[in-house]
Write a protein that binds this ligand. Structure first.
Ligand code: IMP
Ligand code: MG
Length: 187
């Protein structure tokens, strides 16, 4: 999907495809340095992290496995419910693994703080977090995020895996929606 396919639904592009690509390459280089001589288990958080996972994993040289988890903290709207549920658990045993959680975005930080504690209780050697985007609210929660792509303003964003009511995940960039899009959907 391209910006031009969105008509006037797109308000603005916040981070371009090229900027994402460059930043993920830098993050991958950092990860390769930090995990030298080790193996990584990347844990992608469905569904938002699919694009970050695919592109970050391909930029990493360190041997790795990928697994997926689905948790829910949001409904179809734009507000955090604060409730985290496991919709799909990992298939892997975490004993002795270096786990790196891969996320699209940290907003309130509630999801990740819960997830990190949950995975840490399963016997891994380490659990770290990589996220493409981080909003200002995340600073209020005490969760250590080792790799951050971009700090963004407190706006609802879509694209590159991020959805609004399940749409726009297939945009190659991160952007915001025009207000009329939200008004059109009744919740
Ligand atoms: P948190 O628990 O508030 O940190 O929310 C984390 C999850 O909410 C993310 O993994 C996203 O799936 C979703 N989310 C938070 N902010 C946005 C946004 O701006 N656009 C789309 N999804 C978002
Ligand atoms: Mg997510």
């Amino acid at each position: 999907m391209k910006a031009s396919d969105m008509g006037d639904d797109l308000e603005k592009i916040l981070i371009t495809e090229e900027e994402i690509k460059q930043r993920l390459a830098q993050m991958a280089a950092e990860i390769d340095r930090d995990y030298e001589g080790k193996e990584i288990l990347l844990v992608g958080v469905l569904r938002g992290a699919i694009m970050v996972m695919a592109d970050l994993a391909r930029a990493i040289s360190t041997p790795l496995e990928m697994d997926w988890m689905a948790v829910s903290s949001y409904g179809s709207g734009t507000k955090s419910s604060g409730v985290v549920r496991i919709l799909k658990d990992l298939d892997s045993d975490l004993t002795g693994k270096h786990v790196l959680i891969v996320e699209d975005i940290i907003d309130s930080g509630l999801t990740l703080s819960w997830l990190k504690t949950n995975l840490a209780s399963r016997g891994p050697v380490s659990v770290e977090i990589a996220t493409l985007l981080r909003k200002p609210e995340a600073a209020k929660v005490d969760v250590d995020v080792k790799y951050v792509g971009f700090d963004i303003p407190n706006e609802f964003v879509i694209g590159y895996g991020l959805d609004y009511a399940e749409k726009y995940r297939n945009l190659p960039f991160v952007g915001t929606l025009a207000p009329h899009v939200y008004e059109a959907v009744s919740e």
